[in-house]
Design a protein around this ligand. Structure first.
Ligand SMILES: [Zn+2]
Ligand SMILES: [Zn+2]
Length: 267
């Protein structure tokens, strides 16, 4: 039984000097693969190096996260393109998308930020199409607008993944109709997130992709503590109980699905 943490951010552990321990604990819990997800020019090359160092365990993506989009975004996206043309390219474009959760109260300023986020997102969707790569979407309070942009760009829906899915059945239905998918984090274990569990049920156990989004969003019973990839096993266990299936089946399917989404050979 092996697990694949399809979405985590390893930079914090590296900065704290505990990455080796974190990777060790992941291995002990049979989390043998993980994708460390890029968010800004600050982490892209760090993640490229990590994935070279921990081959077959750590994979990486590059994207400009909506919360890191600033007036310099066009230059930064150009810089990102160099990575995709390098000898060791990312496995996906992401995380990219729209985040309306952290907008300022000042309406004209908020409008300006949303406009810039949309531009940056559109350019990065085009980048994924150009390199025929999977696309990891971050959407917070912005599902409809994300869908509009993807529709308009004629995205390759088989390669679209909405990460940390926090919407309900209606939105899952829209995603399914197009052939897109969602991945689920530890927030699925929080009591109040009934709609997230309903959405996961609608997507079905056979299409499952799991992630920790660590260091954020620790699952119950570790909620409130710093999250890490080893906790994917806890999320998997919860999911198995929820679906009423065996843990090894959840591991098997989610491992295969994550590999196939990122275009990797399962091992
Ligand atoms: Zn995200
Ligand atoms: Zn993330």
């Amino acid at each position: 039984m092996n697990w694949f943490d399809s979405h985590c951010h390893l930079q914090r552990y590296l900065n704290k000097g505990i990455l080796v321990d974190v990777l060790d604990r992941a291995k002990k819990n049979k989390v043998i693969r993980m994708t460390t997800v890029g968010t800004s020019p600050e982490d892209w090359s760090i993640y490229q190096n990590l994935s070279l160092k921990y081959k077959e365990t750590v994979f990486y993506t590059a994207g400009l996260h909506p919360c890191y989009v600033n007036s310099n975004f066009e230059k930064e996206i150009e810089q990102m393109e160099d990575l995709f043309e390098s000898n060791h390219p990312p496995v996906a474009v992401g995380e990219v998308g729209l985040d309306y959760f952290h907008l300022p109260n000042d309406k004209p300023l908020a409008d300006q930020i949303m406009k810039t986020q949309k531009k940056a997102f559109t350019q990065q969707v085009a980048m994924a199409l150009k390199f025929d790569l999977p696309l990891v979407i971050h959407s917070r309070g912005a599902f409809e607008d994300c869908m509009k942009i993807l529709d308009l760009a004629q995205a390759n829906w088989g390669k679209v993944l909405f990460h940390c899915f926090s919407e309900g059945e209606k939105q899952m239905q829209q995603l399914k109709e197009r052939g897109g998918r969602a991945s689920f984090t530890g927030n699925l274990t929080y009591k109040k997130n009934v709609c997230v569990r309903e959405a996961m049920k609608l997507q079905g156990v056979e299409s499952l992709i799991l992630e920790t989004d660590s260091p954020y969003l620790s699952p119950v019973p570790k909620r409130g503590k710093e999250n890490e990839p080893s906790n994917l096993a806890l999320i998997g266990e919860y999911t198995a109980t929820f679906f009423g299936v065996e843990k090894k089946d959840v591991a098997y399917r989610s491992f295969l699905n994550a590999n196939s989404f990122y275009g990797l050979e399962p091992r």
